[in-house]
Write a protein that binds this ligand. Sequence first.
Ligand SMILES: NC(=O)C1=CN([C@@H]2O[C@H](COP(=O)(O)OP(=O)(O)OC[C@H]3O[C@@H](n4cnc5c(N)ncnc54)[C@H](OP(=O)(O)O)[C@@H]3O)[C@@H](O)[C@H]2O)C=CC1
Ligand SMILES: O=C(O)CCC(=O)C(=O)O
Ligand SMILES: [Mg+2]
Length: 741
Amino acid sequence: MTQVAKIIYTITDEAPALATYSFLPIVEAFSKPANVVIETRDISLSGRILAVFSEYLTDEQKVSDDLAYLGALATAPDANIIKLPNVSASMPQLTAAISELQEKGYKIPSYPEEPVTDEEKVAKAKYDKIKGSAVNPVLREGNSDRRAPKAVKEYARKHPHSMGAWSADSKSHVATMSEGDFYGSEKSVVVEKATSVKITFVGADGSEKILKEKTALKDGEIIDSSVMSLSKLKSFLAKEVADAKEKDLLFSIHLKATMMKVSDPILFGAAVSVYFKDVFEKHAAVFDQLNVNPNNGVGDLLIKLESLDAAKKAEILADIDAVYAKNPALAMVNSDKGITNLHVPSDVIIDASMPAAIRTSGQMWGPDGKGKDTKYVIPDRCYSGIYQVVIDFCKKNGALNPVTMGSVSNVGLMAQAAEEYGSHDKTFQMSAAGKVVVTDESGVVLMEQAVEAGDIFRMCQTKDLPIQDWVKLAVNRAKATGTPAIFWLDKNRAHDAQIIAKVNKYLLNHDTAGLDIRIMTPMEATQFSLERIVQGLDTISVTGNVLRDYNTDLFPILEVGTSAKMLSIVPLMNGGGLFETGAGGSAPKHVQQFLEEGYLRWDSLGEFLALAPSYEHLSNTFGNPKAQVLADTLDEATGKFLDNDKSPARKVGQIDNRGSHFYLALYWAQALAAQDKDAELKAIFTPIAAELTANEAKIDAELIGSQGKPQDTGGYYKPDFEKASAAMRPSATFNAILAKI
Ligand SMILES: NC(=O)C1=CN([C@@H]2O[C@H](COP(=O)(O)OP(=O)(O)OC[C@H]3O[C@@H](n4cnc5c(N)ncnc54)[C@H](OP(=O)(O)O)[C@@H]3O)[C@@H](O)[C@H]2O)C=CC1
Ligand SMILES: O=C(O)CCC(=O)C(=O)O
Ligand SMILES: [Mg+2]
């Protein structure tokens, strides 16, 4: 164990990174008198790019590989990490970040789309590792416990967010495949003893190609394989495009192209190429020349058209317009700017996009900027059914009511890259027909899947110790709350059947007398939880990694308006603590608003909620009672913050993120001044609280006064520290008081 009681605060991207310029100085100031050191580690997209391309940089430009450091730390017993959301980059985000860094004088290579030289091949491999959800799987050496704290739930009951009314004859629905998907093809095996497996493609002509030489497996590990048929996917999509047109619905597709960085961009690209079939067929030669890849969306296509001569460009744009006229209208991401659901693969991320639509009467926005019933295309059947159950429930019972509804918390199996979210290095698109074979060390065939050219083969791993830990966490939460805990598992899925056997086995290790623990299919569990929710009753959802992600946006967005207000704890399996903030992402829309209007809507409640258990954990691991005082007073301050409604509003002239930080600091200092557990902290914070209280109106005026004009942070993916700090800390009075601590 190291001697210094240390919390690592992560530097990330977009809105949470901006918030950090204002909030971190407060955290540092309040921690210092309690002998708690706050260190930062940069896991932003730009930081991660620079860390792995050192050889292209000058000595001054080189940075340390903080993600590697944190990955190792996460397995240490004294780890204490506050993890803010970071960008899980899609291709368009990655290329934008690379360009920004190049413009700033970093001589890193561009993304080699078609690498030829060895150097290009290495660069592409490095970028592909940075792409997508590259941070969370590294840090998540534990399972997840996410819930809306009582104070947050009470706040929502007192200040209910808007909920769009539901009509019984809403035509909105989920469209999902009936065959040829991952669900339909899944095979699963448990290896009793540690071994390693090889994944090989065997062509119809008998030729062999090793897809992955070696994947190490531990005792009792579950492995699965499944296939998405590209031809069945495309015919399904074509049928749904036609059906949306006939039923006069908006067409939308909901995927997780960030976290599922290999498979889902291909699914997204299939939707783009099916919807815009006429354009892609007619202009195939030009698109080939321009390196157009439908997986990167229409946005990327439009950028590439810029390099054509005016006549050719006009012709293609006219053909695109003809497609819009012929096909159903697309759901919009931003109707003012003409950005559709098919523009950017990372603009529509299922965990946030589906609940947002359900909250808005089951509608999305059409090209005319008006809400309209929508077809929600979620190709694979594994989890799509839960959203249809919620839609049916709202059609029958009307919108849920935040004032009276209960809560669905989550205990999620996540540790050690569990299930689909760890499958990237074992996911491949097939270039020819044949079969994919998974063999163990002794050459025994464990699984075999038939494939056609274009199909996606995927293998997942789920380790046994994380499953044991997850079952334990579920039992502990059920005991602590007296609430039913439902395992969302479908015995008809090969993978889930293996998990069910392990759950039944490991539940026997615990005293479950008097607890209500059940196993239901995801669709049954959704129905059961909703029936309870409308009676004001709580239910724990105990789920695998994907449903952990989906449920921790779905229920919070309906219950408390946003997943930003979630407590999100990851008890690391080796004893450390990872405290994630909220359950949502990096809210790119908020950055745009800040740059244009000087108003930052990001709600840091997730950061406040994460920090308290982090201090508490630190107090326990390092025997530092002052840290416990910080935790208790921070909780008190957060309660008062909610009572007094000091979260950011939405518009210029009202309190924003920076104002919310001031109020938290004010209430925190007041709570530290009022407590009697630690005389030293009381003495330090009494004058600070008095000064903050006396200057409340002045500070508030300085903060509000800075709003309403464009801001310069010196960069999007790599802001300039001085400029961003100045923009985020505009109250000289507040800064001067903080400096006195
Ligand atoms: N843990 C992580 O690291 C995660 C990272 N991401 C990444 O975030 C980026 C954007 O993803 P996206 O799906 O758009 O998700 P976001 O959560 O960033 O945005 C969706 C919407 O959620 C609301 N929201 C989320 N957090 C807050 C907050 N703290 N305060 C106020 N509102 C909030 C806003 O909604 P409204 O406008 O309705 O108020 C926002 O526009 C992607 O790059 C993605 O990879 C996504 C999820 C998790
Ligand atoms: O890692 C990511 O890309 C997103 C994570 C996420 O959405 C979640 O854990 O809720
Ligand atoms: Mg999520």
